[in-house]
Design a protein around this ligand. Structure first.
Ligand SMILES: Cc1ncc(COP(=O)(O)O)c(C=O)c1O
Ligand SMILES: Nc1c(O)cccc1C(=O)C[C@H](N)C(=O)O
Length: 472
């Protein structure tokens, strides 16, 4: 792998065929003024050969992680062996590392724990939330005999990453609730999240940023509205943790989950995290109470007594190698302000859209990502009729984004290591490829954001993912 400093990458871009000089110069100026630019050297990036825009699927490797893992394996495991559970702090790693993630998502110490996959944590959070809400079937019957509707509905983001939907449906079957699919982006009306809240709402499960379109949902507004209706909210932060300020405590979120292998760079299959608001912790009743969630695990008691705090969200023995790789990866956040990350993320995605408008032949791609900053996460999704061939060609030329079938090109922008010259190069290579790949059908779908101009709400896209193909 070769890494080169920003300056040499900018000069290689400026001499590139077909580059628009004003964009190359702007990219160089923006990179030079970027307060986060020095962090890029903390990562292994195959530059200039590769422009890595897939940190919204798998974050890049921080340089120091291999040596730290080597120590965990050879010294902590090899030499200390079983003693490392105490002497190397293995036993308390899930809550200690949770406390390192907490400030990045606006959570108090003691409210975040790492472990298991996001999917498993969605299960814990949804069932836990249902148990915190008024139990289904427990209708209060007032003196006049009028039945009060029970809280028997789980509202689920209809555009959710599939695993959340599958797990919510299973949780609903187990708890006797019904699933109500809702559109979290629609302001009001039938089918909208806000319009579906009511006295039957027990729990709302929403993705903070839509994995496909990059749309950022209104966490403060949805949380407040769900509470006004008497329900609880579970947020999936996979695409926002480490990409933008979340403010879990400030906005009164009940429970949240997220993965650590995207913007937190914890590595493939790194453990996920679970947030339980302080005010709910004493009543949080995990559906997966394992011995690691017990108040005194080594009592090995047949009776379960839940630990205090976020620790009760643990289940069984943590995956120490992955957990400590994540621990090491989090070092790159030392002194980094998430507000600076957000500012750069928006500037990067704005600039990329501007470059795409300059380089892409008219009408070949349309942005599904909202133009409004308040509605945008840290990725750009472009609808393109020839997306599978185009993404394969992009990857072959060193621009690594991903494809979401059938027709979405996704580009993730990770402010810790993505620069403005990367955005310019990616858009330029995309333009070259689009000029070579013949158009299948005119891409003129309405109600999307044209990269050439105005912003409108993107339509929900059909989902047909079945398994990984070329960078899926
Ligand atoms: C929003 C969201 N939730 C959940 C997941 C996946 O969960 P898991 O870590 O269990 O694979 C992803 C991505 O894989 C995701 O984007
Ligand atoms: N977790 C993934 C994996 O193990 C393989 C490939 C992709 C992923 C992803 O994270 C996909 C991602 N959540 C998405 O937004 O599409």
């Amino acid at each position: 792998m070769s890494d080169s400093p920003l300056a040499s990458s900018a000069s290689s871009v400026s001499s590139a065929k077909g580059a628009a000089p004003q964009l190359v110069e702007r990219a160089a100026a923006l990179d030079a003024a970027d307060v986060l630019a020095p962090l890029r050297d903390l990562f292994v990036l195959d530059r200039p050969a590769t422009t890595y825009l897939d940190g919204n699927s798998l974050g890049a490797l921080p340089r120091h992680v291999p040596a730290r893992l080597q120590d965990v394996i050879t010294r902590q495991w090899g030499e200390l062996g079983i003693r490392s559970w105490t002497e190397s702090g293995w036993w308390t790693a899930p809550e200690r590392i949770g406390d390192r993630i907490a400030p990045l998502v606006g959570a108090a110490p003691g409210s975040v724990v790492v472990g298991d996959s996001t999917s498993v944590n969605v299960f814990k959070a949804v069932v836990g939330a249902v148990r915190l809400a008024a139990p289904a079937g427990d209708a209060a019957v007032p003196a006049d005999g009028t039945a009060v509707p029970v809280r028997d509905e789980i509202l689920v983001d209809a555009t959710t990453f599939p695993t959340d939907g599958y797990i919510a449906r299973s949780a609903a079957r187990l708890t006797g609730h019904r699933i109500v699919p809702v559109d979290p982006a629609a302001a009001t009306g039938p089918g909208s999240l806000l319009g579906s809240l009511g006295p039957r709402t027990a729990v709302v499960l929403v993705n903070h940023v839509d994995f496909r379109t990059g749309r950022l949902h209104d966490l403060p507004g949805i949380t407040a509205a769900a509470h006004d209706a008497g329900g609880l909210v579970v947020w999936d932060l996979c695409h926002s943790a480490g990409a933008l300020p979340v403010g879990l405590d400030a906005h009164g979120v009940d429970l949240a989950v997220g993965c650590t292998y995207k913007y937190l760079n914890g590595g493939p299959g790194a453990p996920a995290f679970l947030y339980v608001a302080e005010r709910h912790q004493s009543r949080f009743d995990s559906p997966l109470p394992g011995w690691n969630s017990h108040a005194d695990p080594f009592a090995m008691s047949p009776d379960f007594a839940a630990a205090e705090g976020a620790v009760r969200g643990r289940v069984g023995t943590p995956d120490i190698l992955s957990t400590l790789a994540l621990d090491a990866a989090l070092d790159v956040w030392e002194g980094v302000r998430i507000e600076d990350v957000r500012e750069k993320s928006l500037a990067l995605t704005d600039f990329f859209l501007e470059c795409v408008a300059e380089y892409a032949p008219p009408g070949r791609v349309r942005s599904l990502t909202p133009a409004a900053h308040a509605e945008r996460g840290s990725q750009v999704a472009l609808r393109c009729a020839e997306a599978p061939a185009v993404m394969a060609a992009l990857i072959a030329r060193g621009v690594v984004g991903d494809l979401r079938r059938p027709d979405v090109l996704r580009f993730g922008f990770t402010p810790l290591y993505t620069g403005f010259a990367d955005a310019e190069r990616a858009a330029r290579v995309l333009g070259e490829i689009l000029a070579e790949v013949p158009a299948e059908v005119p891409a003129q779908a309405p109600a999307e954001t044209s990269v050439e101009g105005s912003a409108e709400s993107p339509a929900a896209t059909p989902r047909a993912d079945a398994g990984p193909g070329a960078n899926e």
